[in-house]
Write a protein of this length. Structure first.
Length: 525
């Protein structure tokens, strides 16, 4: 056998994996760390003995011995001699050691030595001066306290705490980063999930095989067709608890549907009272009340349980375009396409609490309150988005290049999407960190108001209606749709994803129907 072959075999024993990318010594070491962290100390010790690889490096074992024996000079010297360490990290490590040393000197009545450590050692370190000043100011109180450091157990515990702090601070390979194996595996699982276009589950992912969800994890097939309306259906929205669906129609009614245990929907109430088509509905956060907006008409408040109208807001000529609830389910806000009416905030009895109107107030097309109650997001005629922080009154304006037709906010209050008549959906962050939106396309929208929504676990998906009678679904990370659902025969005006049933989606169409979509039963798990 050639010498080169022998050397190659020796080197190959130092690495693992089919591509030889994993260093065996490091791999075994983080396994030992994991075993100790899980409480399997005997197994960890056995693996150290069998492999000849210690979880703790030689340098850290020396530090451990010096600290536990109170050999501060030796400990300081060791830290100063450690290689491949940033100066900032070294100074922080020395500060921790000097602080423990000072504490022990004070407790033993060696005030002069403690003061010398503070003046000569700690003050010379390039660390946050606030830490130094804080330690100096606390010396008197530390002196007055009965620290009890003459108790060997307490001394040992404090020194162990120092070692724990150093273990988190010192870089590899002197120490192994905390929970390293768990973090490596979690990174891999996260990458699986991020690359899985259909993932929508909070269940832990199995490590036995590479993860990939099938189409059956999202709604892709019609499971029920609701035919309660006698004209075009313009709006649908599931309740926050997922137990109800509200729909509104050109037939001047709204309907509350009950979601049964088996996933089927049945008609609960038909809400009659509007004289014009009903264009918008909004559930109260506690799902006990429902708001309905008549097209160029008043706003009505309904009791969900009884189906009775509790209050009518405004009067003849009060044009309401959209409405939203505050998190307390007691206050509402509505926007008007009449500039003189602006935006009004009411309580449920119709008392006006606040108003934004007058001046050059443009027409309000749509609005929403973020679920956390912090922001009021308003779409003004016809390309402007205003985001108002309700606590500080700070306002941010986003100008789109094309007319906006609708708005939807994610359940975590972090993002919102707007439909544009340029056949794009734009997603913006509420906090204002993004200079440009994420864009989604594929659906058709030129003439009509088309509405989209977030859906799935952590609002992973976006769904939208379309003028070509189809429903489009995107994964938020991809600008192209992952599913296009066929079934309606006319324009799909609005969609709503059930917040408690991630495999249920509703769509409203000009074909007078509402379709309920569920997972494909033919797809394998």
């Amino acid at each position: 056998m050639k010498l080169t072959d022998i050397l190659l075999m020796e080197n190959s024993s130092d690495v693992l994996g089919s591509k030889g990318l994993i260093k065996k010594h490091e791999f075994v070491r983080i396994i030992i760390q994991c075993l100790y962290a899980l409480g399997y100390s005997k197994s960890a010790s056995c693996l150290e003995l069998e492999s000849g690889i210690s979880f703790k490096s030689t340098e850290f074992q020396l530090l451990e011995s010096q600290i536990l024996n109170g050999n501060w000079d030796g400990c300081i010297s060791t830290i100063k001699l450690l290689k491949d360490m940033m100066d900032e990290t070294r100074e922080s490590a020395l500060f921790l050691v000097f602080r423990q040393c000072l504490l022990e000197y004070l407790s033993c009545g060696q005030d002069t030595l403690a003061l010398d450590v503070l003046r000569r050692q700690i003050s010379s370190l390039h660390v946050d001066k606030c830490k130094v000043h804080s330690l100096a100011n606390s010396m008197l109180s530390l002196k007055d306290m009965e620290l009890g450091l003459t108790d060997g157990t307490i001394v040992h515990d404090l020194r162990r705490n120092l070692l724990n702090d150093l273990e988190k601070l010192l870089p590899p390979p002197i120490t192994v980063p905390e929970r390293r194996l768990e973090n490596l595996v979690e990174t891999t699982v996260t990458a699986w999930i991020d690359s899985c276009m259909y993932h929508s589950s909070s269940n832990p992912v199995s490590l036995y095989e590479d993860h990939c969800c099938g189409r059956n994890h999202i709604p892709t097939e019609t499971t029920q067709i609701l035919t309660g309306h006698r004209n075009e259906v313009w709006f649908v929205q599931f309740s926050n608890n997922g137990d109800y669906l509200a729909s509104s129609s050109n037939d001047c009614t709204a309907i509350i549907w009950k979601v049964l245990e088996d996933g089927k929907l049945t008609l609960k109430h038909t809400l009659q009272g509007h004289k014009n088509p009903v264009s918008f509905v909004a559930w109260s956060p506690d799902d006990t009340k429902l708001l309905t907006c008549g097209n160029s008409e008043v706003l009505k408040l309904w009791d969900v349980e009884t189906g009775t109208c509790k209050h009518t807001f405004g009067s003849h000529g009060f044009v309401v375009s959209s409405c939203a609830w505050f998190p307390n389910s007691k206050h509402i806000v509505c926007g008007s396409s009449d500039p003189e009416k602006g935006i009004c905030m009411w309580d449920c009895d119709g008392n006006e609490l606040k108003a934004w109107r007058g001046g050059r107030m443009p027409k309000v097309l749509d609005l929403s309150i973020t679920p956390d109650g912090e922001y009021l997001i308003t779409i003004f005629m016809d390309k402007e988005i205003r985001i108002l922080h309700l606590g500080t009154n700070a306002e941010r304006v986003i100008s789109e290049e094309h007319p906006i037709t609708s708005l939807s906010v994610s359940g975590d209050s972090k993002f919102f999407i707007v439909n544009l008549n340029s056949q794009e959906i734009h997603m913006w962050d509420v906090g204002g960190k993004w200079d440009k939106p994420l864009r989604y396309n594929g659906h058709k929208q030129h003439k009509y108001v088309i509405r989209s929504c977030f859906g799935g676990l952590n609002s992973t998906f976006i769904a939208s209606g379309s003028e070509n009678s189809q429903v489009y679904i995107w994964n938020r990370r991809n600008s192209q749709p992952i599913e296009v659902l066929s079934g309606h025969s006319m324009t799909v005006n609005c969609v709503s994803w059930n917040p408690r049933r991630p495999q249920m989606l509703a769509s409203a169409s000009d074909d007078y129907t509402i379709r309920i979509w569920g997972p494909s039963l033919s797809e394998k798990e």
